[in-house]
Design a protein around this ligand. Sequence first.
Ligand code: 3HC
Length: 693
Amino acid sequence: MTAINDVTDYTRDGEVGVITLNSPPVNALSAGVRDGLAEGMKAALADAGVKAVVLICEGRTFIAGADITEFGGPQKGASLFEVQNAIEGAAKPVVAAIHGTALGGGLEVALTCHYRVAVPSARCGLPEVNLGLLPGAGGTQRLPRIVGVQKALEMVTSGQHVPAKDCLAMGLVDELVEEGRLRDGALAFARKVIAENRPLKRVRDLEDKISAARDQPEIFAAFRKANARRFRGFLAPEYNIRCIEAAVNEPFDDGLKTERRLFAEVLTGPQSAAQRYGFFAERTAAKIPDVPDDTPVIPVTSVGIIGAGTMGGGIAMNFANAGIAVTLVEVKAEALERGLAVVRKNYERTASRGGITSAQVEERMALIRGSLSLDDLAGADLVIEAVFERMDIKKDIFARLDAICKPGAILATNTSGLNIDEIASVTKRPEAVIGLHFFSPANVMKLLEVVRADHTSKEVIATAMKLARRIGKIAVLVGVCPGFVGNRILGARQREAQKLVMEGAMPWDIDRVLYDFGFPMGPFAMSDLAGLDIGWVKERSKGESIRDVLCEMDRRGQKTGAGYYDYDENRNASPSPVTEKIIHDFIARSGANPREISDEEILERCLFPMVNEGAKILEEGKAIRASDIDVVWQNGYGWPVYRGGPMFWGGQVGLDKVLAGMRRFEATMGEAYKPAALLETLAQEGKRFPGAG
Ligand code: 3HC
């Protein structure tokens, strides 16, 4: 074996030369890896006894893409194009041996190899779109030449990781080899290529899959139209589509040039900066400074959930999906049955769309056992309380759990903002108490706020963070404060939206501005969807707010066909003259005059206080870092990922501008708008929030 450099080895196995990369954690195409590949290819080509070459990786994966940390920095080492040309132009067949994930630049390298083999568990994809990018190393030009235009369009605009079996079916992989025996399988395949004297298959020369789509812009127009909703606001999908169009309509080398030009454009644009930031922010959130990665975790094999409502049922599904047994406890048999029926219905809906098999529906349902007694939670490793948001009820439950649950069990509450220290105080084991704030629908939403109370132990925190990953959630550790991080910042925005209405902006104006900014919907459309009567009590309603009046008129949102908006039979919303009149009456009664409010003012009034609230959260240490706040807002509240998150966005806009806005608001509207000290300091120093852009 010859060490090419510290991440690459070259060795010979009979007539096959083997280049092995070993650059943890994911064999990204760093300068060292590129150099190793270039030199490895030279060694293999110069090795007279070698008739074919295998490219394989050590560790958990094949090359998972370009090294994203290098983007924007100076180019060092061999360029990726040089490496690819050396492989594709080689006079000896090169076989890529894929395990783990061949992604982005990794798949693009594999596409310059003449053959590809993979183990069944491998996946291939071009996920650059999720970083606001496009495959910039020929991926958009080579992929359609193998899989055809339609599949290529799907893959580059979704970034999906395609299972090896499907890759085989579409020709992206030539052969599947036995799991766990990739090297042997790849060597055997290479020997077959030598023995059968198979040709050097260069993807760049293939034409048959793309020629049919040539000069047919309608194919691309139809794809854009069909996916307009999914792509709304994002630049990268469109750029990816244009590259596939170039692959179809331009000669290969011209197409490559187009791809390179468009890649440079997206790479230097603000959206990709935000999306790459989001990628690392998500991974950074898993790192807790005082809870090191090797902190012991508590094994969790059984979970108890109290409350079989929408939330409890959704939470139960997460664990059952991960193969973890759940005991779902309700007070009344009827509620329990209803809850379990909803869970079943959700699973069956997924099965009817092909997401899981009917057998899986049964397997998962079998993991969820209903119960009417808290005593059945005695053996649970983790109990999550998901009942009504009332402190007295929660305290009562925790006192009982403390008596029932085994020593070492974790006692969690799904409260969305109550004081967890107070809840923990009724137990004799406050170190075992933690908040696990799921977002609705809990089986779908990715975010999990893990709330650390005063006495929560490090083991319990480490367990919660790791468990979150196991059930497919993105966990962010936050501290106890009203609303925690997400709802607290949401509160700042909601207050402004309500105030703006009392100043003369219509709900649909505010919704439109926030929708155009990139949120899936504005606050009033959201209220209509959720139901205006959440938390509204008819008997106590005295028409004191716009919401009160709407509810009193039975305008309770989409479900009653009217709320802030009017709805037609297909639930299409339109601005409501009724709501408008109610608003004008309220304003008149307050003695104020409605005024014209510009879109810019609406945006600043809604978003600057969010940034300011985030700064206060950081000052108080309720979030570890600014990027954690952004992860919360991207994954739990629909902040457009191409704008990073409130803290990143604040930095992009300029913290001095945010500060000036807050000062302006404070001058006219008072103390509530006082800028956070952290915002003042950073703005004066011309800085951004640390780690947020
Ligand atoms: N560059 C640099 N670092 C990367 C990286 C990359 N492409 N991919 C992953 N990493 C780092 C992560 O930041 C993380 O670092 P940390 O441990 O310090 O936090 C570590 O590798 C492990 O990553 P994950 O925690 O995500 O590990 P998983 O096992 O859960 O997932 C993965 C592995 C599926 C490969 C996932 O990391 C991933 O999706 N990576 C990004 C893949 C990608 O987007 N590739 C395209 C890059 S752009 C490109 O190739 C441009 C080209 O067209 C020119």
